[in-house]
Design a protein around this ligand. Structure first.
Ligand SMILES: [Zn+2]
Length: 166
C-alpha cells in the first residue's frame, strides 16, 4: 500500500541510502572539477523502477571521465557482464553538470547512453559536490527516435522517489 502511495508515477525509486551514496561517489570521482556519471540498475525479476545498484563509468573505463563522458564498446561489454552477474538490467543513467544546470546539452540529447525508449537520464547539479534533492535534478525520459521528455522541479519530484519505501 505504501509503495503505491509513495512514488506512484516515479520513473526511478531510490532508498535514501542509495541516493546519498550515489552523490558521494559521483562527487568524489569528479573531484569537483569534471563531470562524472553512472548507470542505474534494477533487478531483472524485481521492481523495474527501483535502483538497486549503481555502476560508475570510471569503473567500466578509467579513461571515461576525460572532459566529456565517453564510453567505448569494451566498457559496454563490461556493463553487460555485470548485468548478467547481478541479474540486473539498466533502467537509467546519471551524470553531473556544474552549477544548477540540469537540462540536457545537445551532446546529451544526441547521444543517449542506452538508445531504448523508456530509458531515464538523470542530471544532477554542482558536479555532485553535495547531495541534491529531487526538486534540483533534471529527469529526462528517452522516447526513442531522438525524442526526450524532461521533468524539472515539482515534476522531477514526481518522477524520482527517494525514501523508505523505495
Ligand atoms: Zn550533460
Amino acid at each position: 500500500m505504501f509503495r503505491r502511495l509513495f512514488g506512484r508515477g516515479a520513473y526511478l525509486r531510490f532508498t535514501a541510502q542509495t541516493w546519498d551514496e550515489m552523490f558521494a561517489q559521483l562527487g568524489r570521482r569528479a573531484g569537483g572539477r569534471r563531470e562524472s556519471g553512472a548507470f542505474l540498475l534494477a533487478n531483472r525479476d524485481g521492481d523495474p523502477r527501483r535502483v538497486i545498484r549503481v555502476v560508475y563509468y570510471d569503473d567500466l573505463d578509467p579513461a571515461a571521465l576525460r572532459g566529456d563522458i565517453r564510453l567505448d564498446a569494451v566498457a559496454y561489454g563490461r556493463l553487460w557482464d555485470l548485468c548478467d552477474q547481478y541479474k540486473a538490467r539498466v533502467i537509467g543513467d546519471v551524470h553531473t553538470h556544474g552549477g544548477t544546470y540540469v537540462s540536457q546539452s545537445s551532446i546529451d540529447r544526441e547521444n543517449p547512453m542506452i538508445s531504448r525508449a523508456g530509458h531515464i537520464a538523470l542530471l544532477v547539479p554542482h558536479l555532485a559536490s553535495r547531495r541534491a534533492a529531487p526538486r534540483e535534478v533534471g529527469v529526462h525520459r528517452y522516447d526513442g527516435a531522438g525524442d526526450w521528455q524532461g521533468s524539472y522541479a515539482s515534476d522531477a519530484v514526481r518522477r524520482v522517489y527517494v525514501g523508505r519505501f523505495a
